[in-house]
Design a binder for this molecule. Structure first.
Ligand SMILES: Cc1cc2nc3c(=O)[nH]c(=O)nc-3n(C[C@H](O)[C@H](O)[C@H](O)COP(=O)(O)OP(=O)(O)OC[C@H]3O[C@@H](n4cnc5c(N)ncnc54)[C@H](O)[C@@H]3O)c2cc1C
Length: 552
């Protein structure tokens, strides 16, 4: 692994010095999937690249999605064939070549209730969906199921009115981990990646953009970054960045809130994901280890962008949609976590010639050397990244369609060596497989930490697969600076455990604090901040007492 692919939180000072002293060809503002993708796209074209992210990588929408890498079956209904075609091609590229360790096929059951009308209609859609993918396919073709076979796959479905089902395949991903891996791959190609650093203004001269002024929120230090081009990948914050750049926006971003609930696997008996049509859109049941993610909603939002709050109505809506088809109803008490994200939906502000509108994402070049992009979806991030870099760079073409992400190279060999690795490092084979599923061929780097400090080989939380070493690795390789960076995005205990990771927060703070030199006071403050956050999130689930018990 190239050493600069390591985003070591302990050498953050050096990262900031590089930001302050180097001249960059391109500065990316925003470290969601689009910004991380743009940094990788530009760095792999041979440009000198820096990326600043105001909070943590993927802390915005890119850690709060449905986590599907999909063609978007429902767009076929809107006759958006080009969009589906592009997304399917991207899905297959990620599953088979660019990130097979992170993007994994998943099957979905589409239950049918009006046999005569629905089966030919949905069937035709799926034939098209599969045909668009072509014959060299990393995921299986769809299949027709009778009601009886559908109930075998998903006994959780109510047999009432069930006329049959279709089974088709898409793919899923840990969105935050994927974003982080793209950013690390960009770093491997020389990009400087700085988190908790926000752009506060964009600098310009008569001839164009000269860089940006940024502020480090850890220390308050301000830095002038010198860059001949700036690309803005700020999602729902795009208008704010236009304001600080002092230029009119070529489009507007509307925020739509999408909420998911998380329930235990045993609450819904099914061996496949499921998708239902709802009045407004679709509802997914997505398998997530020993949990289900169920969602989503779609409501306008104008509140806090950083922490959009799910409310009672969101949870009730999801439960009501799910219960229309389930034999055993889901209850509020089944819900162990809830999370909300904001879709950045774009609308053109006017017919500005600088604005290139596409159905899914928009690229705007308000002044030479400054471009912004928003909209789109996670699945097509690579194309979005290419488009926004193309908008400001003449020269080498994007090569990311040929560049496997970090951890993809040598994956087959590492999988074949799982048994040997387990023996060599004195851990179970299941542990090695868990690590390969998250870090691909870099799994041994995590295990090396266990060799140095055997206490890191212990499980972090009872009943969860994560190792304490993964907390240390998050600091030494994945730029985690705070406890929430680890528990919300590097390790998904916040959404996977009923107490949101409250019972391990002290351990996490101890492991991180040792590496980052936290005082006892720092450590206590980190723990208190996380527990406050958890308490606020649990208030909406109406189980404040459960969280309080765990946190007390
Ligand atoms: C509920 C929901 C479900 C979804 N499900 C799917 C799905 O299953 N599949 C799919 O393909 N897509 C899905 N999407 C869409 C997908 O998640 C988004 O399109 C994608 O994550 C947007 O990424 P982004 O990088 O553009 O924005 P973000 O991830 O929000 O990144 C923007 C970043 O910019 C940073 N920033 C803002 N201002 C500044 C500043 N001044 N300086 C520095 N940094 C700044 C923010 O902190 C933030 O991290 C879903 C979206 C939602 C909301």
């Amino acid at each position: 692994m190239p050493t600069n692919a390591v985003l070591d939180a302990r050498s953050r000072g050096t990262t900031l010095e590089r930001l302050a002293t180097q001249r960059f060809d391109l500065l990316v503002i925003g470290g969601g999937i689009t910004g991380a993708g743009a940094a990788l796209d530009a760095a792999s074209r041979g440009l000198r690249v820096a990326l600043v992210e105001a909070r943590d990588l993927a802390s915005g929408t890119s850690s709060r999605s449905s986590k599907l890498i999909h063609g978007g079956l429902r767009y076929l209904e809107q006759f958006d064939f080009k969009l589906v075609y592009e997304a399917l091609r991207e899905r297959d590229l990620l599953v088979s070549k660019l990130a097979p360790h992170l993007v994994k096929p998943v099957s979905f059951l589409y239950p049918l209730y009006k046999k005569v009308v629905e089966r030919p209609y949905v069937g035709a859609g799926l034939v098209l969906y599969d045909a668009m993918e072509g014959t060299k396919r990393p995921v299986p073709f769809h299949r027709h199921l009778t009601a009886k076979s559908a109930l075998k796959v998903a006994p959780a479905l109510s047999p009432d009115r069930l006329a049959g089902a279709m089974r088709y395949y898409d793919a899923q991903v840990d969105d935050a981990r994927y974003t982080l891996t793209v950013a690390r791959t960009a770093a491997a190609h020389g990009a400087v990646i700085a988190t908790r650093v926000s752009a506060v203004s964009v600098s310009r001269s008569d001839s164009g953009v000269t860089g940006a002024r940024v502020r480090d929120s850890e220390t308050g230090r301000e830095i002038s970054v010198s860059a001949s081009r700036v690309v803005v990948c700020a999602g729902v914050w795009t208008d704010q960045v236009y304001e600080l750049a002092g230029v009119p926006a070529g489009y507007q971003v509307r925020m739509s809130k999408g909420v998911h609930i998380v329930v235990p696997r045993e609450a819904i008996r099914a061996d496949s994901g499921m998708i239902l049509k709802t009045e407004k859109s679709v509802l997914f049941f997505i398998p997530w280890g020993d949990r289900w993610i169920v969602g989503t909603t779609d409501t306008d939002w104008s509140g806090d962008r950083a922490e959009p709050a799910p409310d009672d109505a969101d949870i009730d809506y999801i439960l009501a949609c799910a219960n229309r088809v389930l034999a055993r109803r889901l209850a509020r008490s089944d819900v162990i976590a809830v999370y909300a994200g904001l879709r950045p939906l774009v609308a053109a502000a006017s017919e500005k010639p600088t604005t290139k509108l596409s159905r899914e994402h928009v690229v705007d070049v308000p002044v030479p050397g400054l471009a912004s992009i928003a909209g789109g979806k996670f699945t097509t991030y690579r194309l979005m990244a290419r488009d926004v870099v193309d908008a400001v760079v003449d020269g080498p073409e994007s090569v990311t369609d040929r560049m496997p992400l970090l951890g993809a190279d040598g994956l087959a060999a590492v999988k074949a060596a799982a048994g040997r690795l387990a023996e060599d490092y004195g851990v179970s084979r299941a542990t090695v497989e868990h690590l390969i599923g998250r870090y691909g061929s870099l799994a041994a780097d995590v295990l090396d930490l266990v060799r140095d400090d055997p206490s890191l080989g212990r499980a972090l939380a009872d009943g969860r697969p994560y190792l304490r070493a993964e907390v240390a690795y998050a600091v030494t390789h994945e730029c985690a600076l705070h406890v929430d960076d680890v528990l919300l995005r590097r390790i998904r205990l916040f959404m996977e455990s009923a107490d949101s990771g409250a019972d391990v927060v002290a351990d996490v703070a101890a492991i991180m604090g040792k590496l980052l030199g936290w005082s006892r006071r720092n450590r206590a403050a980190e723990i208190a901040r996380y527990l406050d956050f958890v308490a606020a999130e649990h208030a909406v689930l109406g189980n404040g007492s459960r969280a309080a018990a765990a946190t007390g």
